[in-house]
Ligand binder design. Structure first.
Ligand code: KG4
Ligand code: ZN
Length: 343
């Protein structure tokens, strides 16, 4: 890799992350370090991410996470060509913590700062490891987002679909909670579903017969709640069957809408042949198999980043920052943040 040496900073949800990346074209990126420190324990007593606690934890951890990323990469602050920090969307307290920390670094070192959209980071995460060509179709499914994007370039996205209510990961998490499954929502539902019969419960098909590529998950969540209430105390079998039924319905919905997205993308850009799945829910094996089926049926190829780059990380933010700068030029840099003020 021969591109700029970039420090990435990510703090938009409940992971404090920093990474040092030598940017380059897709598949020719050197990830020199990628540190992710989660906050699960801090939020566990509340059954969800508490914004105030997240912001304080980011503020506390940013210095050591950034220092560790630089040390592991054997890079001094002064050697950096660029600092890239998530500027939204996300929990505002965390975003402000990370962005303000990045501004301080930029001011102290004179290294330019690029603000990065978190979703743009997810959109190019596949390019950290794979020599993929633009344009490609992206299914982005995490705890906070469910989108279908046509990624036309490193800083050129067309949104084909989004959720009209909950995110896919959120639905997995709520289902796990309703079923009383221990541990992290998505993986817990996937594990429980392995022993269950998806046909044991008839769940509604979200947005059945509706055109477009949007998603909806709130109806499934309500249906699961009603089944749980009707059952009273759940037996192990019922728990497994409900997990299996939910997973089958969620995966079916995600796959159907992605198939529509594929056809829409093909109409817009006939040269597209790659489907990318990213975000935490892309770890789901049933979803991967189903997406592989759609891709194969249409003569496309499914590409999924490694799990550590699927979930929130700062390497994707660093790469998105470098690509953004390359795409739009130095005029993109907000140097009112970094230049020495004139008196
Ligand atoms: O990308 P991510 O780490 O963080 C966000 O930006 O939200 O995604 C986390 C989400 C959670 O909702 C989690 O339950 C879900 O991804 N998830 C899964 C699986 N592993 C993680 N959902 C379904 N199946 C899985 N195996
Ligand atoms: Zn994310």
């Amino acid at each position: 890799a021969s591109g700029p040496l970039v420090l990435g900073i990510e703090s938009s949800c409940d992971d404090t992350a920093a990474a040092v990346v030598r940017a380059g074209p897709p598949g020719q990126v050197e990830i020199l370090s990628s540190i992710v420190v989660g906050q699960e324990k801090a939020h566990a007593p509340y059954g969800g991410v508490v914004p105030e606690i997240a912001a304080r934890a980011h503020a506390a951890k940013l210095p050591s996470v950034v220092a560790t990323a630089l040390r592991e990469a054997r890079v001094e602050l002064g050697e950096l060509d660029l600092i890239a920090a998530t500027a939204g969307p996300g929990l505002i307290g965390g975003v402000v913590s990370g962005l303000t920390f990045a501004k301080g670094l930029a001011l102290a070192t004179g290294v330019p700062l690029v603000p990065v959209n978190h979703l743009a980071g997810h959109a190019v995460s596949v390019a950290l490891e794979h020599p993929i060509a633009f344009p490609y179709l992206l299914l982005l499914v995490s705890g906070g987002h469910s989108q279908i994007l046509l990624v036309r370039g490193a800083a050129d996205f067309l949104r084909l679909g989004t959720t009209i209510d909950d995110a896919a990961g959120e639905a997995f998490d709520k289902t796990a909670k309703l079923l009383g499954l221990p541990g992290m929502g998505g993986p817990a539902v996937e594990a429980a579903a392995r022993g269950g019969d998806p046909g044991a419960y008839a769940l509604p098909q979200p947005l059945a017969g509706r055109p477009g590529c949007d998603f909806s998950f709130s109806g499934l969540k309500t249906a699961i709640r009603q089944c749980v209430v009707a059952a009273g105390e759940l037996t192990e079998t019922q728990r497994a069957d409900l997990a299996a039924a939910f997973q089958a319905a969620a995966v079916g919905h995600l796959t159907k809408r992605t198939h529509r997205g594929l056809l829409a993308a093909r109409a817009l850009a006939p040269e597209v042949t790659h489907l990318v799945a990213a975000g935490g829910v892309a770890a789901n094996q049933a979803l991967r198999r189903a997406l592989e089926g759609v891709a194969e049926q249409e003569g496309w190829t499914l590409v999924v980043p490694s799990l550590r780059y699927c979930t929130d990380n700062a390497a994707m933010i660093a790469l998105a920052g470098a690509y953004q700068l390359e795409a739009v030029g130095a005029g993109m840099i907000d140097d009112t943040l970094t230049s020495v003020p004139r008196s």
